[in-house]
Design a protein around this ligand. Structure first.
Ligand SMILES: [Zn+2]
Ligand SMILES: [Zn+2]
Length: 275
């Protein structure tokens, strides 16, 4: 089956300290069934990207934002509109996470105790069970949203419960904080090296149209990032990454042979952290 096409906007202006009149999220449709939500910088400098993928029976929201943010309103609006367009009475909502760091789970409480909503636990055991991994992290997980299967790849290293999500319908791969144009913080170097290799192995066996992570921290200038805490990023790197950049990350990581040092590349920096 041909992959459904869509558009990743080239520009994501999220900046400005003034929140007046600005919604908490800049919502862009990739296509009819996949949405990208970028949190406004005025709400939280992390301004993460969230993703909403809709199938015939369920929708999956990946991540819930940073700081004090209203995530439930835009998500419900998108889900209701989709259901109306497709003549569906009720879509179940699954809320999962690219990983458990605070800038990706802050809106979780808005989904607790709601009808037709499942909030997936944040630790690796809960993630493993929910996506029915046979083994973790080497095995394969998945979820069927209704004529829309998502493959889940476990990629611990940045954080123990990190996952990548692959949408078979569009070929979009969501890579969280493990692979994006910015500072790739590595907590567990051995796990991260294996995860990047595993992710590249997956990519080599599946058609990937876009590599979309959870932040943009780099500028368009090679190797230059915006420092931590930057609100305004008027010249930021595009969100989309490439297979060639993942190959580059894999070769950088494997060449360090477990002795990680900070490595600045054109589009990302590998940034080991003390455990
Ligand atoms: Zn993180
Ligand atoms: Zn993050």
């Amino acid at each position: 089956m041909a992959l459904e096409p869509g558009t990743v906007p080239a520009h994501w202006y999220a900046g400005g300290r003034d929140c007046a009149g600005r919604p908490d999220f800049n919502v862009q449709a990739y296509n009819d069934g996949l949405y990208i939500l970028r949190q406004a910088a005025c709400k939280n400098y992390e301004k993460p990207f969230l993703y909403l993928i809709l199938g015939d029976e369920r929708a999956l929201l990946l991540d819930t934002g940073a700081g004090k943010v209203d995530v439930v309103t835009p998500v419900d609006t998108l889900v209701r509109a989709w259901a109306r367009r497709h003549g569906t009475a009720i879509l179940e909502l699954v809320v999962a996470h690219s990983h458990a760091h605070g800038d990706h789970v802050a809106g979780d409480s808005q989904f607790v105790g709601r009808a037709h909503t499942t909030l997936v636990g944040r630790d690796s055991a809960a993630v493993r069970a929910f996506f029915q991994f046979d083994r973790w992290p080497e095995g394969a997980g998945s979820i069927d949203l209704g004529h829309r299967v998502l493959d889940i790849v476990a990629i611990p290293g940045h954080q123990p419960a990190s996952i990548a999500v692959y949408d078979r319908r569009t070929g979009v791969l969501l890579t969280g904080d493990t692979f994006y144009p910015g500072r790739l913080y590595v907590r567990d170097t051995a796990a991260y090296a294996r995860s990047v290799a595993r992710l590249l192995g997956f990519v080599n066996q599946h058609p990937v149209t876009h590599f979309l992570g959870a932040h943009v921290e780099n500028s368009r200038t090679s190797g230059v990032d915006y420092p931590v805490g930057t609100v305004d990023q008027p010249d930021e790197h595009e969100l989309d990454m490439t297979r060639a950049q993942l190959v580059e990350l894999d070769s950088v990581v494997q060449s360090m042979r477990g002795r990680f040092v900070r490595a600045v590349r054109r589009d990302f920096t590998v940034w080991p952290q003390q455990p």
